[in-house]
Design a protein around this ligand. Structure first.
Ligand SMILES: Cc1cc2nc3c(=O)[nH]c(=O)nc-3n(C[C@H](O)[C@H](O)[C@H](O)COP(=O)(O)OP(=O)(O)OC[C@H]3O[C@@H](n4cnc5c(N)ncnc54)[C@H](O)[C@@H]3O)c2cc1C
Length: 455
């Protein structure tokens, strides 16, 4: 029984935010009904993104809508606010937010007060001061980026097919990916596979005309699947004519030329940056304790260290890994931990409200699966190593079992089944990004200029 009315504020509607809210909604049903508890979820988007499906969304194997889960539908007992937390004063139990309404009205940020805080804003791309990166780089963390990249790749093929200038053609068909973690490798693997397939519909673009380059600063890729499977992935990608450069860094991409630390230079219109993540900058605008890497310093019970009534998990939180052999290690920022931490976090808030002892979070990662394109993959699960079709199949089964809600599982399965019967989708809908262009032209206005020159 909760003692008094409690306002729970959850910042972030991703893995941790959505799963924590779901857990609380289930565990606190009577309290929510009586109005003893109120749960508010603040998220910039009205949906949770299932990030492991972004590479397949980019390849056109899953529709963008099926990669996301609508927060309002699944969190029907919570108040969902579309906005962003800008700062948090935990001593005063106050968060400063901007919402769609405050932006629309030109009003300043608004403040809301809470009793329990869950901070789950995740991470953002970790960039380096590489010349040209801010102007030409493309990230791969959001649905918008994944679909934008798909459209961009197909548009480059269209440009290459119609230009008479060999330099433009060469740059359009050169695709540079920086970072050999699973986001970069899966995105490259899926997009190269899609583009290779698409060439059959171009009379003058052949697979061997394209250059796909993977640049990785360390000596290995895909550390998540272990050393042996990482080596296999390098061999497999090279077999597909993908230029994998280990122990190499991107030094510049100014003027649309990718310059690498090994001296190579590639004129290109596509630089995809997936070289790691860093904690969300909102964390620095709180009065909560951060570690040296800027993540919230947490306890194994998922409370923020040094305070009360503040909780965190996922990419934003440095949670001690109680299963690690060496002491002092934190859990890795991945979905496996985020989902499981959210469950314990939700339960611990309920325990704390009911005056019960808290649970300790502990989970040993059992392995990883990665897709490298249609029917191609690599996996290491419970020490078992898989490659090729079996790994790809396992990747699909695993993620189908993990994607939230029965609705999304059914839709994704239906799409995969239909894709087996029909040809792959190779259409680019880049014009969706400029829905008024046609009408502006008709009305005598100027057509919009695309500063990235993607089309
Ligand atoms: C392409 C890709 C593939 C991946 N594949 C895998 C995989 O196969 N296996 C795996 O284990 N992990 C994978 N990951 C990593 C995994 O997705 C993350 O570790 C996980 O999403 C972390 O969960 P989170 O809740 O901490 O953050 P997120 O899920 O990123 O959620 C954070 C949320 O907070 C919101 N937010 C940000 N700032 C604010 C603010 N100021 N106010 C309010 N809300 C805010 C964001 O919009 C977002 O909705 C992948 C990641 C990517 C990018």
């Amino acid at each position: 029984m909760v003692k008094e009315r409690t306002r729970i504020l959850i910042v972030g509607g991703g893995y941790v935010g959505m799963y924590t809210a779901l857990r609380l909604q289930r565990q606190l049903k009577p309290e929510l009904k009586r109005g003893d508890v109120e749960i508010t979820v603040v998220s910039p988007a009205p949906y949770m993104t299932y990030q492991p499906f972004l590479p397949e969304a980019a390849a056109g194997s899953i529709s963008p809508r099926h990669v996301v889960v609508p927060l309002r539908r699944v969190l029907d007992q919570c108040k969902v606010v579309i906005g962003e937390a800008k700062s948090i004063d935990h001593v005063k139990r106050t968060a400063t937010l901007t919402t769609l309404a405050t932006e629309d009205e030109g009003a300043g940020a608004e403040q809301i007060t809470y009793d329990e805080l869950v901070l789950a804003p995740g991470s953002i791309s970790r960039t380096l001061p590489v010349p040209g990166l801010a102007d030409y780089g493309i990230g791969f963390k959001t649905l918008e980026e994944a679909i934008g990249l798909r459209n961009h790749v197909i548009e480059q093929m269209d440009i290459a097919s119609s230009t008479r200038d060999p330099a433009i053609r060469d740059a359009a068909l050169t695709f540079v990916f920086v970072g050999g973690g699973y986001a970069g490798v899966e995105a490259l693997g899926e997009l190269e596979d899609m583009a290779r397939y698409a060439t059959r519909y171009y009379h003058n673009v052949r697979p061997e005309d394209m250059k796909w380059i993977l640049v990785e600063a360390s000596g290995r890729i895909l550390p998540e699947v272990g050393e042996e499977m990482g080596k296999y992935t390098v061999t497999e990608l090279r077999r597909r004519n993908i230029d994998v450069r280990l122990e190499t860094r991107l030094e510049s991409c100014a003027d649309r030329v990718a310059v690498l630390s090994d001296g190579a230079r590639f004129p290109t219109r596509t630089v995809v940056w997936t070289a790691g993540v860093k904690p969300n900058p909102i964390l620095a605008a709180t009065d909560l304790r951060l570690n040296e890497r800027g993540r919230l310093k947490c306890t194994a019970q998922l409370t923020v260290d040094g305070t009360t009534h503040a909780w965190a998990a996922g990419d934003a939180a440095a949670v001690p890994d109680v299963t690690a052999e060496e002491p002092g290690k934190d859990t890795a920022p991945n979905a496996q931990h985020a989902v499981r931490q959210a469950k314990v976090l939700g339960d611990n808030i309920v325990h704390s409200l009911r005056g019960e002892p808290l649970e300790t979070y502990g989970h040993k990662c059992v392995g990883s699966v990665a897709s490298l394109g249609l029917h191609k993959g690599v996996a290491q699960v419970y020490g078992r190593k898989l490659k090729g079709y079996p790994a790809w199949f396992m990747h699909r089964v695993y993620h189908l079992s993990r994607v939230p809600t029965f609705n999304r599982k059914a839709r994704v399965l239906a799409e995969w089944t239909l894709a087996g019967l029909f040809k792959r989708e190779i259409v680019s809908l880049g014009s969706l990004e400029h829905p008024r262009a046609e009408f502006e032209l008709a009305a005598g206005g100027k057509p919009p200029h695309d500063p990235k020159g993607s089309s």
